[in-house]
Design a protein around this ligand. Sequence first.
Ligand SMILES: NC(=O)c1ccc[n+]([C@@H]2O[C@H](COP(=O)([O-])OP(=O)(O)OC[C@H]3O[C@@H](n4cnc5c(N)ncnc54)[C@H](OP(=O)(O)O)[C@@H]3O)[C@@H](O)[C@H]2O)c1
Length: 338
Amino acid sequence: MNVGVVIVGFGSVGRALTVELGNVGSRLGVRVLGALSSRGGVVVRGARDLNALHRLASSGLKLDEHPSFREGMGLGDLLSSTSPNLAFVALPPSYVTGEPNESMFRELVERGVSIVTADKTVLARGFRGFMDYAERRGVYVGFRATVAAGTPFTDLVRGLRGREVAGFRAILNSTTNYILSLVESGMSFREALGRAVREGYAEPDPSVDVDGWDPAAKLAILASVLGRDVGIHNVERVSLRGVDEGGVRSAVREGCRVRYVAEALIDREVFRVAPLKVCGNSQLLRTPSTHNCIEIYVEGGEVITLSGPAGPAWRTAKVMISDMVEYIERRARFRSNL
Ligand SMILES: NC(=O)c1ccc[n+]([C@@H]2O[C@H](COP(=O)([O-])OP(=O)(O)OC[C@H]3O[C@@H](n4cnc5c(N)ncnc54)[C@H](OP(=O)(O)O)[C@@H]3O)[C@@H](O)[C@H]2O)c1
């Protein structure tokens, strides 16, 4: 079976994905037809273009460096030139307005192009509406990479639908976990944030992490998978910037830890991201800074826990390949039923 794919967003994730497709693509019958960045795109017309794309990806270079780069090419041009089955979306998030991400996702669905996304924007702002729309159009949407990429939180939560889930508490952002660990060891929040940016844990504009947008988006997606109509704008965000540094250190002395916790208390309609003191047997207490962790509270107060590595880009790319495998399997099943 031949699957034509395009890569929308050629940053850390888009490049890692291109490398991964180079490793597994031909075995799975997948061909890369093109790629897009903010300033233009590339249509892959033959082996030379494909090799150049792989070279850029493995050397961490921008798409503009490609010899066939066309300045000003937009998503519509790329889709018209390539007619892909599937688009991998690795755009930066845009939680406030949703644009241009929402228009781009709509364009993909309108054209019947299936989607595997690492970008949370559209699902965090309106999960059910978008998934219903895609389903009506017969379009697959894979989103495992949007939450804890590397550890299948969305699969776990999906497996609990129909059960009595009272809620969950989770660490969904490794950057803030790292910053809090540095504060525990004596740094001020400002110093810890500066170090996280210098070491590449946090973006130069770390607001997405420390003001809670990123974990709030992930919380909204997980709660939506559980069947709740929660968007990112329904999630209360308490910024980490005001965290009590003394409180972070004294929590350690008490055998507890302060963590930036995403909390969904479903019956009480509480959806919040905030610094929280975690004590006792909670696995959240022992989550290393590169990991994410979720505790889900089910019938009779029982707790189901999953913890594992999340990100960086290479792991995210692998998770996007898992979604692609699911897409290929569904397509094969659908065809055999025709
Ligand atoms: N990095 C991770 O480990 C990780 C893990 C899970 C999820 N994610 C999510 O994955 C997404 C991508 O992350 P990243 O780290 O790869 O970001 P990134 O390095 O900033 O790359 C973003 C890419 O999108 C391109 N882009 C921006 N606006 C565009 C537009 N309007 N049209 C087409 N392309 C556009 C950029 O173009 P230029 O090259 O021209 O700047 C760049 O190539 C984000 O939503 C992030 O939250 C990332």
